[in-house]
Design a protein around this ligand. Sequence first.
Ligand SMILES: Cc1cc2nc3c(=O)[nH]c(=O)nc-3n(C[C@H](O)[C@H](O)[C@H](O)COP(=O)(O)OP(=O)(O)OC[C@H]3O[C@@H](n4cnc5c(N)ncnc54)[C@H](O)[C@@H]3O)c2cc1C
Length: 297
Amino acid sequence: MDKGLFKGIDADVLTQERMALHTTFKIGGPARFFVVPKDIESLIKAREIAIQAGLKCFILGGGANVLFPDEGYDGAVISTEGLNQIFLETNGLLHAGCGAAISDVALFASKAGRAGLQFFYSMPGSTGGAIYMNARCYNASISDALKVAVYLDRDGNICTLDAASGGFDYKKSPFQTNGGIILEGIFATTGGSAEDLSREMESYEKDRREKGHFAYPCAGSVFKNNRSFGLPSGKIIDNLGLRGYTVGGAKISEHHANIIVNSGNATAKDVKELVSLVEDKVREATGFQLEREIIYV
Ligand SMILES: Cc1cc2nc3c(=O)[nH]c(=O)nc-3n(C[C@H](O)[C@H](O)[C@H](O)COP(=O)(O)OP(=O)(O)OC[C@H]3O[C@@H](n4cnc5c(N)ncnc54)[C@H](O)[C@@H]3O)c2cc1C
């Protein structure tokens, strides 16, 4: 099978593309096919072609929450990066293509004097990825602002999901179980001052910079928080003296113990070993089982 498999669709198609180039961890071996559709029709067609050819498929947004294996991905990785349109209706509903960077969406909204998405400014990743993960920061979940998600269901039908109909919870979305591909997010925004929003967003970016989020390649928090633990996961890990602990090139961030960084030539194997080690140490010391947030592909 060569890339001619995807001929006739409007997409860039690469073979043996290293996933390290498309993830914020900068880790991951080659994908057999890396397909970047330029429009929704091409994404739908690319998925159909891959399925008919018996290939497994992975939908990739900004690659900010995933760990690809060192040996690569023997299937088709379909990147949403080309589906990045953003527009605002006069009624304040903001439409963002699944591949639009969520930070760009927040910026677009703020410039138009629309509030609701400012919390996500400077958070890495796409709109589709943020909805899939129900990303959360500065006390806001993306589902708080989401009104409707337009998605492709497993059978290839374009459907809509009303965010108020349920299924969203702390870092949980219906898409984690229903197999749908999010095509567009439609967000409810409220009136705000562009200047105030800009100031607020700068403070979030500054906070992330000061917490070392952009100092090394990483995928953000490795573990979810859990209220019943009484402390944030990062604090529990920190209390065990694991800050700075290293396996190969993977290291627990000196800035924040819930972040693992690629300090040089980390492999997926290094990261997984370090994750297991942290889980074991936390279980031994506290009895708590940490829940992983980053996704192993
Ligand atoms: C420095 C840094 C800071 C971070 N801070 C935060 C934070 O404050 N809060 C937070 O919640 N997260 C944070 N993260 C994690 C990450 O930014 C979020 O999880 C983000 O929402 C992931 O989006 P993505 O597009 O990169 O998803 P990807 O990593 O590309 O994919 C994640 C999952 O979503 C699925 N997916 C992606 N797009 C679609 C789609 N269109 N349809 C269906 N499934 C899809 C993928 O298949 C995969 O299973 C941080 C990461 C980094 C690197």
